[in-house]
Design a protein around this ligand. Structure first.
Ligand SMILES: Nc1nc2c(c(=O)[nH]1)N[C@@H](CN(C=O)c1ccc(C(=O)N[C@@H](CCC(=O)O)C(=O)O)cc1)CN2
Length: 288
């Protein structure tokens, strides 16, 4: 029987733990602080940022949302990041992606203090992840949330085959690194990959993050595979759907994430978890 991996329920469990950790910090006179910078008027980004603010506030995190006009200059944006870098009440800083055309997102992310890089996008933290360095550092929230989902299934990942479809900075690349670090044999497919279906059919764990509606169909999936859908696409009726044809794949997979209600809620829960990690690490309170 196929397991539907309930991201909403798992996010609730992660958030409950985060709330307890925030309460313990608050008792010691420390409140985790999160600064979210959003530039321009992209509707989807505005909704995601509102959801982050709402969740952070519910958990007792001090959340600051800095809304900036699309006309803000690169230098002004860098100055704002630097001010949060210097603010001891702020433990996590993120710049909502995408930024309007004309702003250099990579350059701005590189000005975030790596110890406050709650998205795990700073080149230093990306390098640490890819080198599988020991120690405490933030990593990209969506793939970290997916690793939490895989952990919840109590699988034996070592030596199994993983295929990641998509090579984005936010999901595909860090996902591949985390799966390699979990001792899986990992392939990364992308728009130039030939015979995609031949590759995906080998996957014990298939992660799809392409933005192509229903790219993955029943015959692209190995029977019993774990299928993780990171897609957030709109079908012809405007309904939210994923990169995987859920109805076609459902009874062939061993476990599968729905869209909505799968990976998305885990991204925000992991962001909150990581804000508290950064706060604890800065106070040297975190466990190994
Ligand atoms: N700085 C960042 N920018 C972006 C990130 C990120 O991790 N850091 N990820 C995405 C957007 N994102 C968070 O920022 C995000 C997207 C979607 C969801 C989510 O919960 N989706 C719901 C459905 C929501 C809907 O109905 O539209 C779900 O899947 O159930 C959470 C976070 C790009 N930018």
């Amino acid at each position: 029987m196929t397991t539907i991996i309930d991201g909403k329920q798992l996010a609730k469990e992660v958030n409950a733990q985060t709330k307890d950790r925030v309460a313990a910090l608050t008792q010691r006179g420390i409140t985790p602080g999160l600064a979210v910078i959003i530039v321009g008027d992209d509707l989807a980004s505005a909704i995601y940022v509102r959801n982050k603010h709402k969740k952070a506030t519910q958990l007792g995190i001090n959340s600051i949302v800095r809304q900036l006009p699309a006309t803000v200059s690169q230098a002004e944006l860098v100055a704002i990041v630097q001010a949060y870098n210097a603010d001891p009440a702020i433990h996590g800083i993120l710049v909502q992606s995408p930024l309007p055309v004309g702003l250099d997102e990579q350059a701005i992310v590189a000005t975030i203090d790596p110890a406050k890089d709650v998205d795990g996008f700073h080149p230093l933290n990306v390098g640490r992840l890819f080198a599988n360095l020991p120690g405490k550092y933030p990593v990209s929230c969506t793939p970290r949330g997916i690793m939490t989902m895989l952990d919840s299934l109590n699988l034996h990942l070592r030596g199994k085959r993983a295929v990641v479809v998509g090579r984005s900075r936010i999901v595909g690349r860090p996902m591949a690194a985390m799966l390699i670090n979990a001792d899986m044999t990992v392939s990364v497919a992308h728009v130039y990959t030939k015979d995609l279906s031949e590759l995906t059919r080998e996957a014990d764990v298939l992660v799809v993050a392409t933005g192509v509606t229903h790219l993955i169909k029943r015959n692209d999936v190995k029977p019993g595979a774990i299928v993780i859908d990171v897609g957030m696409d709109r079908d012809e009726n405007g309904k939210l759907t994923g990169d995987v044809d859920f109805d076609g794949v459902f009874d062939r997979a061993g476990a599968i994430t729905p869209v909505p209600g799968g990976v998305g809620p885990m991204t925000i829960a992991t962001l909150m978890q990581q804000t508290v990690d950064l706060c604890e690490w800065s106070e040297q309170l975190g466990n190994d």
